[in-house]
Design a protein around this ligand. Structure first.
Ligand SMILES: Cc1cc2nc3c(=O)[nH]c(=O)nc-3n(C[C@H](O)[C@H](O)[C@H](O)COP(=O)(O)OP(=O)(O)OC[C@H]3O[C@@H](n4cnc5c(N)ncnc54)[C@H](O)[C@@H]3O)c2cc1C
Length: 433
């Protein structure tokens, strides 16, 4: 047990959860000269959350909503900044394919974002795509957007890079130290109690991923963990699944929406199905073991659309999405305690934004506002609460918070508010599926 005097351990900011978003936030705050403590319940990095599995797609063409493109431009800049700082390639450009029926939201949405933001792109039929990239075997009537800036990030290496860069700048990061509760203080700061110690800080940033709703009660039903399973199959023709011959993809077919990658990191063509079998639950209760039936469903997809990639199984893994009702992120200040900010429910598409979310969370912690447009990530689109101060300066920090009891993290359950909240949400943002 490490024994420290909490009164001498005051930080500018504590970051709760050092996975993807938390590691980038630690770095961004340390870069600004802030005294930062990052607290992670498991190892750094680990494979029990949402940020493992060797690859995550990044793409500029964004069928989910064209508004993400501005953030993505900054995300690309910041990914290049961190990889230059640590001297390691984290981002690989392969081009990205968004494909589906001609009238599908995946194809049309991707194309729309390219047109709206003047992104270089090509529109290909299934036949043209199969000829250009023979690892693909899509039906000829499929339509695809090929956007050359797409590619993937190496998620575990990104976390390592951010943690190393943050600690080199003076951040303290503790693995295997679980946060048990947090409490707002009368001086406007926070006190955080962990499995090892007690700390105080001016700001608390909550980046606990699938555990966010344990920590922030109001996220119950709004940030819902979901089991995912990934497969790596040995390609029968490996030369078709290399970084230069196989763009990352998002593909909508009658069986569902799938995504995949060239061979990288470990052997095998990796792919998965969005929302897999739609198994939701508490993060510590979701089944982490891949089963034969998971494998069978995934293999059926590869047999049909990527037959040259559908050799022997090399690896299977499970992971967790954390979904919001409209599948857009939730990034905001705490509605009652503005010294607390959070990022949550990145709904299976958050990793590519990690670099810019780190910047946003550092802005929110420092100033209560950010230079980025995060209006469509605000919590009040679900809750209808307006936490804005009446002064009209929505981002200024209110003077002092009331001081309630500690926020214990032990409880928490998910209820069935999702559909109700989706229905009563402000409606300005359309869900994208
Ligand atoms: C299978 C899969 C595929 C995906 N594919 C893509 C993709 O291709 N492209 C893309 O952009 N996105 C993708 N995503 C989404 C993306 O990976 C996630 O949005 C992102 O990794 C989430 O990061 P996070 O920091 O919120 O969560 P995590 O990285 O899981 O971090 C949360 C951390 O908080 C810690 N924590 C929780 N509670 C406590 C506590 N009480 N005390 C201390 N620490 C705590 C956890 O241990 C964890 O390390 C995918 C997700 C999955 C699961």
């Amino acid at each position: 047990m490490i024994n420290r005097n909490p009164l001498t351990r005051r930080y500018n900011a504590i970051v709760l959860g050092v996975g993807a978003m938390g590691s980038a936030t630690c770095y961004e705050l340390a870069k600004r000269g802030r005294r930062v403590l990052g607290l992670e319940q498991y190892d750094v990095p680990h494979n029990l959350g949402s940020s493992h599995g060797h690859t995550r797609i990044i793409r500029l063409a964004y069928y989910e909503h064209p508004s993400y493109v501005m953030l993505l431009r900054r995300a690309y800049e910041l990914w290049r900044e961190i990889q230059a700082r640590v001297g390691e390639q984290l981002l690989r450009i392969t081009g990205s394919i968004d494909a589906g029926p001609a009238d599908s939201w995946v194809f049309k949405g991707s194309w729309q974002s390219c047109l709206e933001h003047d992104l270089p792109h090509e529109v290909l039929t299934g036949r043209e795509l199969n000829e250009r990239f023979p690892g693909y075997q899509l039906s000829p009537e499929t339509m695809a957007v090929l956007q050359p800036d797409g590619g993937f990030l190496a998620p575990e290496r990104c976390i390592v890079a951010y943690v190393n860069a943050a600690t080199a700048l003076g951040a303290e990061i503790h693995g295997r130290e679980k946060v048990l509760e947090w409490q707002p203080l009368s001086d406007g700061g926070v006190r955080v109690t962990t499995s090892r110690d007690v700390y105080e800080a001016d700001r608390l940033v909550i980046t606990a991923g699938a555990w966010d709703a344990h920590i922030l009660d109001f996220l119950q039903g709004l940030a819902v963990p979901e089991r995912q399973v990934l497969a790596w199959l040995q390609p029968l023709r490996p030369e078709l699944f290399t970084l230069t011959n196989f763009p990352v993809f998002n593909l909508l077919v009658p069986e569902g929406r799938y995504y995949g990658f060239p061979v990288f990191g470990i052997p095998g063509f990796k792919f998965g199905k969005y929302h897999h079998f739609e198994e939701q639950g508490m993060p510590d209760q979701l089944d982490r073991d891949p089963h034969d039936y998971d494998e069978a469903m995934l293999r059926e997809f590869a047999d049909r659309y990527f037959p040259q990639g559908s050799g022997p199984t090399m690896s299977l893994a499970s992971c967790m999405f954390t979904n919001s009702p409209d599948k857009h992120f939730i990034i905001d200040l705490h509605p009652s305690f503005p010294q607390v900010s959070f990022a949550s429910a990145c709904s299976g598409h958050g990793f590519k934004f990690v670099s810019v979310v780190g910047e946003i969370l550092a802005d929110l912690a420092e100033r209560g506002e950010t230079r980025h447009n995060i209006e469509f990530f605000r919590l009040d689109r679900f809750t209808g609460h307006d936490r804005r101060p009446e002064t009209g300066d929505r981002h200024s920090m209110p003077p002092r918070s009331p001081v309630p009891g500690p926020r214990s993290l032990s409880g928490g359950h998910f209820d069935d508010r999702i559909s109700t909240l989706a229905e009563t949400g402000k409606g300005a943002i359309r869900p994208f599926w």
